[in-house]
Write a protein that binds this ligand. Structure first.
Ligand SMILES: [Mg+2]
Length: 364
């Protein structure tokens, strides 16, 4: 079974969130970008992958079309681990983390979708897990920078049944407001996205500790400063989560060795796909580190995360980016029920993306 074609399928989908009237980045964040990766085999099986592309869609699409596609066509679609390794080696001079690995992740996810379809099994089952379970979800709030909006979104999350909430706030006021609304028993995580020096991070972790953080995410820049993350943990006692910006399982191994994290956050659309994600899971299980998948996605990467989590003895918490996309590629499956995700049990990733939604949101 050979790879007959690889195609980047870029989408751009408007979305709503509680901070809709606020310009989030310099250019705003008006739409969710997708780079779906459609792989077809010479036996006619179609697999769907997902390459990370928020704010970088055109570059990722170019990497899929001009780097990954020519290297993948004609290769054995079943030799997923081998092809992943060979392409990592072939592309290493273009950067071991970033656009190249995002594109490669998309191919890898599609090939695992094909493997499941060829076997007639959902990916979770293929990997030794089961789809006959639910996965606890957490509500991952948008960057709001507004106390009232944070409070409203925490209320709404609790009302919808979420039992865990993550903020993307860096201020005491907003975090304190969330704790006030959530009460004492709801775990609150705070993701700050690498804003601080080690000293600032230690000072802020001590300040935020009064709000009983379940974890503090990416407190230090640069993200791969493992020794400083270890210092934050050691000197404050606050649990640290990180990993969405790390390069393959090799940096996860170094982070674990340095004692940098309580929670590991591999991202299937960034880290090197299902193949590399599984290596991270194996490392973490051997070291007693809990995996908390990074998955603020609505495409095949989200389904791949559900399937991977279902194949883990302890799936951790699955992230639901708390925004409202204009449409869904997978109907209601992107929404948790009573705070937990169901796992689709069709072959491969469990479901194929809705062709009408693709048609409506496809961009050049
Ligand atoms: Mg994060």
């Amino acid at each position: 079974m050979k790879i007959a074609n690889v195609e980047a399928v870029p989408l751009r989908m408007p979305f709503n969130h509680a901070g809709s009237d606020r310009d989030v980045t310099a250019g705003g964040w008006p739409a969710l970008d997708f780079c779906l990766v459609k792989v077809t085999t010479d036996t006619g099986i179609v697999g769907w992958g997902d390459a990370f592309s928020y704010h970088c869609r055109e570059s990722v699409v170019a990497a899929v079309e001009h780097m990954v596609k020519p290297a993948a066509i004609g290769q054995d679609a079943r030799d997923i681990a081998g092809l992943n390794h060979r392409l990592q080696q072939k592309f290493h001079l273009f950067g071991r983390y970033g656009i190249t690995l995002f594109a490669l992740s998309g191919l890898d996810i599609a090939l695992w979708d094909i493997a499941g379809k060829a076997a007639g099994l959902p990916l979770a089952t293929l990997l030794g897990g089961t789809t006959d379970r639910t996965l606890p979800a957490y509500s991952s709030l948008f960057i709001l920078r507004d106390k009232e909006k944070v409070m409203a979104d925490v209320w709404r999350s609790l009302d919808e049944g979420y039992e865990y909430i993550k903020l993307h706030e860096i201020g005491e006021v907003e975090v304190g407001a969330a704790r006030e609304v959530a009460g004492e028993s709801i775990p609150i995580m705070v993701d700050v996205n690498c804003p601080w020096t080690p000293e600032q991070a230690i000072r802020m972790a001590r300040k935020l500790d009064q709000f009983e953080l379940h974890w503090l995410e990416e407190p230090v820049f640069p993200p791969e400063d493992f020794n400083s993350l270890a210092r934050v943990r050691g000197e404050t006692g606050v649990a640290v989560a990180a990993g969405e910006n790390w390069c393959t399982s090799f940096q996860f191994a170094q982070a674990i060795e340095a004692g940098a994290i309580d929670y590991a956050q591999p991202s299937v659309t960034k880290v090197g796909g299902v193949t590399e994600f599984r290596k991270v899971v194996a490392l973490c299980e051997a070291a007693g580190v809990q995996v908390m998948p990074h998955s603020p996605y609505f495409g095949p990467g989200f389904l791949a995360t559900l399937q991977l989590a279902s194949a883990m003895p302890n799936p951790g918490l699955v992230e639901r980016f708390y925004v409202t996309p204009e449409a869904s590629l997978y109907g209601d499956w992107i929404n948790p029920v009573n705070g937990a995700f169901r796992v689709p049990n069709g072959p491969g990733l469990g479901l194929d993306p809705d062709p009408d939604v693709i048609k409506q949101y496809r961009v050049a």
